[in-house]
Design a protein around this ligand. Structure first.
Ligand SMILES: NC(=O)c1ccc[n+]([C@@H]2O[C@H](COP(=O)([O-])OP(=O)(O)OC[C@H]3O[C@@H](n4cnc5c(N)ncnc54)[C@H](O)[C@@H]3O)[C@@H](O)[C@H]2O)c1
Length: 449
């Protein structure tokens, strides 16, 4: 099958094709649900949530929709989240501030970890050592030393662990991967990715609940290994703004763009990062930049450029442009599109600057080499676009992939090695920003050089 046949047929099923101007748009089919199989009572997967804030709740809502999955317990450090967990999943679930009580239960198969980043390693390691399968939110690591500890525990215990960059399960990303591999844009030479915002909540300024206090919040437990400071509700609820708990826009957003780049290009990571930026607008005591631009080298022969701008008065958006020798591919929102300008078949001749006899002879020489052509067939120009169906959720499919693997014991789509490579690359951006120098990384061995 050549490139054009591939584009026509696609290997992920498409339903419906329509034309809008010069754009041929394919509405993709959502993955078909498996035929309903009765699930035996003893085959239910009993799941607990550790860290029941925004993302932990979203992950667990997805898990609760997977046939055979049951939510049985929740650990969190804030009473308001524990009480809300009962409202969401029933009064009979166990709620606790201490996740060790959950890990001690023999009837719990698996945990979702939605804590801030500084707890990811310890909670994942404790859970796997207690015999639980793990879904841990991105970025998998907060510090480089977290990576080997998680990977070693995962290998030693043989548990199933999925990292939570849900977009790697997206049919749009998978389509982009197939299009690139099929040669749809020729040889890749550049990837540009961005995640821009222009709102307080988008810039990590989350609302602190009115009742936040040392009584309603388990501050010492929440702090864990972070520097000991007196109770600070902004740190508790807006932790992304401080390096002690997160890793800024790189750990929060770049990591998604690395996961996407690595999946779509089937690469393992950059060898070098160079970053610049600054704290330009959100000067509220945070110790991270709100504008970060980073350049990366990939040994596979392309460069990656990533930026986040939290001061973008133009538009809030995120996405990628993959640029190749024969076209470009844009992945953004719920679609992937290819656009091409057909490559010239001859170099052309610049002759009109010179005297008439020279012009005449130059044209003769040129046409001896490139006779005047009379093309016969049409040329494929314009855009080809694939769109996910309404209500399609990559988040559901990512969680379902994890729960399916818990049953089958087969590999997940985003294991800790993939997770470390994405988060390790993201942290490299901060390393370069902080030092003002290029930072080097071995993506195969997953080591800072
Ligand atoms: N995949 C995505 O698209 C996505 C989106 C948002 C957030 N995230 C990730 O999810 C994680 C959580 O982010 P969030 O926005 O939900 O934060 P959040 O502050 O809303 O929630 C974190 C919760 O963890 C609890 N917690 C902290 N330490 C704990 C401990 N030791 N035991 C039990 N609970 C503990 C806190 O009380 C809090 O309720 C982060 O790592 C973030 O990067 C991923």
């Amino acid at each position: 099958m050549d490139r054009r046949d591939f584009l026509k047929n696609g290997s992920i099923a498409t339903v419906g094709t329509y034309f809008a101007g010069s754009t041929q748009t394919h509405l993709m089919a959502a993955p078909q649900p498996e035929p309903a199989k009765p699930i035996a009572a003893n085959d239910h997967i009993q799941i607990a949530l550790i860290g029941a804030g925004g993302q932990g709740q979203d992950d667990t809502k997805q898990a609760a929709q997977v046939p055979g999955a049951k939510i049985v317990a929740v650990a969190d450090c804030y009473n308001g989240c524990l009480d809300h967990a009962k409202e969401l999943w029933g009064n009979d679930i166990q709620t606790t501030r201490d996740y060790n009580e959950i890990l001690a239960r023999k009837d719990i198969d698996a945990v979702i970890i939605g804590t801030p980043d500084h707890w990811h390693m310890q909670a994942s390691v404790d859970a796997m050592n207690a015999g639980k399968d793990v879904y841990c939110e991105k970025p998998m690591i907060h510090l480089y030393s977290d990576g080997p500890r998680i990977i070693d525990t995962w290998r030693k215990t043989g548990r199933i662990m999925q990292v939570g960059s849900q977009r790697v399960s997206s049919i749009i990303y998978l389509k982009a991967k197939e299009l690139l591999a099929s040669g749809a844009i020729g040889t890749l030479n550049m990837v540009s990715a961005w995640w821009d915002r222009n709102s307080a909540q988008g810039a990590f300024d989350y609302t602190v609940p009115y009742d936040a206090s040392p009584e309603t919040c388990d501050w010492p437990r929440w702090l864990g290994t972070a520097p000991k400071i007196p109770f600070n509700p902004e740190h508790f609820f807006q932790w992304r703004k401080w390096k002690a708990y997160g890793s800024g826009v790189a750990g929060d957003l770049f990591v998604h763009l690395f996961s996407g780049t690595h999946l779509i290009t089937q690469t393992h990571g950059p060898t070098r990062a160079m970053s610049t930026g600054g704290l330009r607008f959100w000067k509220d005591g945070r110790d991270i930049p709100d504008v970060l631009v980073s350049l990366y080298d990939y040994a596979q022969g392309f460069n990656l450029v990533i930026r986040t701008n939290f001061v973008d008065g133009g538009a809030e958006s995120s996405g990628f442009v993959f640029t190749g020798s024969e076209g470009s591919m844009t992945v953004s929102g719920d679609s992937v599109s290819i656009s091409r300008v057909p490559r010239e078949t001859e170099p052309g001749v610049r002759y009109e600057l010179y005297s008439a006899p020279i012009q005449k002879r130059m044209l003769e020489i040129y046409h001896e080499k490139y006779p005047i052509a009379h093309p016969t067939g049409p040329v494929l120009v314009g855009e080809e676009k694939y769109v996910a169906p309404d209500n399609y959720s990559d988040h559901y499919h990512h969680i379902k992939n994890w729960i399916d693997s818990i049953r089958s014991r087969e590999a997940v789509v985003e294991d800790p090695v993939f997770g470390f490579r994405a988060a390790g690359a993201a942290l490299l951006s901060n390393m370069s920003y902080d030092s003002g120098k290029p930072a080097h990384w071995d993506p195969e061995e997953m080591r800072v050089l």
